[in-house]
Design a protein around this ligand. Structure first.
Ligand code: 16C
Length: 258
């Protein structure tokens, strides 16, 4: 009301994200930067230290065997190349709550606890129980970010989604039937475009997306190591194949979202 037309309004630089005034912002920004750097390293030329445990077409999944206090926390890195989709599209479907039940097969219930901004949400999820362990739940913030390639004009932009565990006063850990798990997940995407020679518009045949998916999940409480390793060896490949097929299917008749 007090700003009448013609009144000078102080100009402040725009925030990097609409979420930048939130209490979690400095953590979000730090974890995202770390995770992007970690994902960009890939598994190295020779894959040193990384064990290949699943392979299907262009998809490769690697893990390191690690335990903390006797609990399996094996870090995972996966790389995949999918034709016909962009990194922006992959991240849009991975981040947005309205699609999650379509592709997340281990999910029992998802609640959006807070929409911090259009690129940042707080989620509570319960997942299916694995016998003989207790059911698990998780609270995490999820942040979608576009990193334009300023240095190398021919290099691809990056689109990324980072999910990282946090706490919420209304949902204390291990208070009900679920054991709280702790996770850090990064989906990092680079789109490659093969420009058509005749100057024709770019079609889905001309694009592919390189996906790097990194994850560390701490089961939060007792679960047999053999069961845990058997479950993730089955579930991670299933997830990445199903999810990318979902994105391909959702986007095939839509215009390309670069
Ligand atoms: O990144 C993924 N999804 C995101 C959006 O949901 C988000 C959430 C990740 C939750 C991953 C942990 C889920 C563990 C639940 C237990 C598994 C139930 C299996 C049921 C079989 C009937 O980042 C995609 C995530 C892909 C999930 C792969 C599963 C990884 C298992 C790790 C071991 C968890 C410990 C379970 C202790 C009993």
């Amino acid at each position: 009301d007090r700003i009448k037309s013609g009144t000078a309004v102080p100009v402040t630089p725009p925030p990097t994200s609409p979420a930048s005034h939130h209490r979690l912002w400095s953590e979000i920004d730090n974890v995202v930067k770390q995770q992007v750097a970690w994902a960009r390293l890939g598994v190295g030329e020779s894959g040193t230290g990384w064990q290949l445990f699943a392979e299907d077409g262009e998809m490769r999944m690697y893990r390191r065997e690690e335990e903390v206090d006797g609990m399996v926390v094996d870090p995972l890195k996966a790389v995949h190349i999918v034709k016909g989709i962009t990194g922006h599209e992959v991240c849009h479907y991975f981040f947005s709550p309205q699609y999650r039940y379509d592709w997340e097969t281990t999910l029992e219930q998802m609640t959006v606890l807070e929409t911090i901004s259009e690129d940042t949400c707080l989620f509570l999820q319960t997942h299916k129980r694995i016998w003989p362990a207790s059911q698990r739940d998780v609270i995490f913030w999820s942040h979608l970010r576009h990193l334009p390639n300023d240095q190398d004009r021919d290099g691809p932009d990056i689109w990324t989604v980072v999910n990282h565990s946090t706490e919420h006063k209304d949902y204390p850990a291990n208070a009900g039937k679920c054991v709280r798990i702790y996770l850090t997940v990064c989906m990092l995407c680079q789109t490659r475009v093969n420009p058509p020679k005749d100057g024709a518009p770019i079609s889905r045949d001309d694009i592919s997306c390189k996906i790097t998916y990194c994850s560390v999940v701490n089961p939060g409480g007792w679960a047999p190591a053999s069961v845990l390793r058997a479950v993730y060896k089955r579930e991670y490949p299933k997830f990445l194949k199903r999810f990318t097929a979902y994105v391909t299917n959702q986007t095939k008749d839509k215009s390309i979202m670069f």
